[in-house]
Design a protein around this ligand. Structure first.
Ligand SMILES: [Zn+2]
Length: 61
C-alpha cells in the first residue's frame, strides 16, 4: 500500500465517522476530555433532535 492510498483510506474513515449520525448542523459540545482506552473523545449533542454524537479526537497514546 502506498502512502497516498493510506491517506485516501484515512480520509474515507473520517468521512464515515460515526459522529455523522445526525444530519443537523447545530451540535453543541456537552462533554470533552473523555477517553476510552485508546481514544480521546468529545461528546456533542444536537440541538435539533438531541442526538448524542461522539467525536474521536485522537489516540491518547
Ligand atoms: Zn439532529
Amino acid at each position: 500500500m502506498t502512502k497516498t492510498q493510506a491517506s485516501d483510506i484515512q480520509a474515507k474513515w473520517e468521512l464515515q465517522n460515526p459522529g455523522a449520525l445526525c444530519e443537523h448542523p447545530v451540535q453543541e459540545l456537552s462533554r470533552s476530555g473523555l477517553r476510552d482506552e485508546v481514544h480521546l473523545l468529545s461528546m456533542y449533542h444536537c440541538r435539533e433532535c438531541g442526538e448524542a454524537i461522539v467525536h474521536t479526537i485522537r489516540p491518547s497514546t
